[in-house]
Design a protein around this ligand. Sequence first.
Ligand SMILES: *Cc1c(COP(=O)(O)O)cnc(C)c1O
Length: 393
Amino acid sequence: MRCANGIEARQVDELAINIDPIQAGGRLTGDAMKAVIAYGDGYSVCDNCRKPNRLDYISKPPIAEFHKDVAAWLNMDAVRTVPGARRGFQAVAHTYVQKGDPVLLTSLSHYTEFLAVEGAGGVACEIPANDLRMVTPDATAAKIEEVKNQSGKVPVLAFIDHVDYQFGNMHDVKGIAKVCHQYDIPVLYNGAYTVGILPVNGKDLGVDFVVGSGHKSMAAPAPSGILATTAERAAEVFRTTAIIGDVTQRKFGIKEPEMMGCTLMGVTLIGMMASFPHVRERVKHFGRELENNRIIVEGLCSVDGTKILSEMPRKHTLTRADTICSFDKVAETHKKRGFYFSSALEERGVTGVIPGATKVWKFNTYGMTDKQAKYLAEVFADIAQENGLSVKK
Ligand SMILES: *Cc1c(COP(=O)(O)O)cnc(C)c1O
């Protein structure tokens, strides 16, 4: 089946249990799919754009209301939509970071945070995670002191991932933000793996910015995301344009330079909006997701030699496994080498594990039914047994 010449219809989540680490939370809802078809045309949300012309003021469809709802939901004061979490990082970095300024990241930070710092001319200063792969308030204080002593400057901004992409570990953002604020360092909460997945309360965490990814965690099309902030910081990052044309003397009203005026103008925004009621509901049931993850991790660990590299018990469904002493042993002699593992999974209707990976790999169990979770737990044990690995009962 094809959409057009050379473009095959994609049927991944329709046909298999998808445990791809980055895809599970971005799978569209049925409502988002309908909205995407209706708003596929370019600039489709602009039909009823009236003065003052800016995306977040449009009331039909209810874009303005959506902005208010998302701000309230995250317990922040102002929200804008952005083309991906990374564009949120970029807007904030561009506002606060000057050439040569130190910026706090962590040893588990995502590359897009580094690129945002680089784009603004900043210097990356990583707070090291400890032996348990956790970033702590104490390590944050030590890093700030180290940067101060070595460069004579205090970091101008901190990017802290609540749940990191490497282990899916949950870090003490609240404690870290408290330390940063003792030095007047604004804190950006990176919620790429949390906003839309579990409840997030920005004011309670005491952070200055909350960034979320629509396509990773809010059941929205790519590229989409949100940037939320406090009233104080909104005046800075969402400042309005001041530029004037020298020939025409034109000014551009309430357009915001960091947002390049307007951001998501069609399917991305409408898809995110259509999923939002579902997303708002699903975060309340994250406990079920953890229970499913527990069942699956238990199934995987029933295979002798398997280790979980993420913190235990799991606080997030993104999990990193080490199967060097289990599934990788089979790869040494199997005729398909490491590829036997992903193909055995595919044969059983499970997709999303990197083909060939049998050593250290990640999976995300988000969004499964209980039945699928139990099934997947059995699948791991079944593949192990079929290949002569020993399985605990
Ligand atoms: C996926 C991810 C991002 C990037 O999100 P986009 O919305 O694709 O820009 C940033 N940070 C972390 C921790 C991520 O996991």
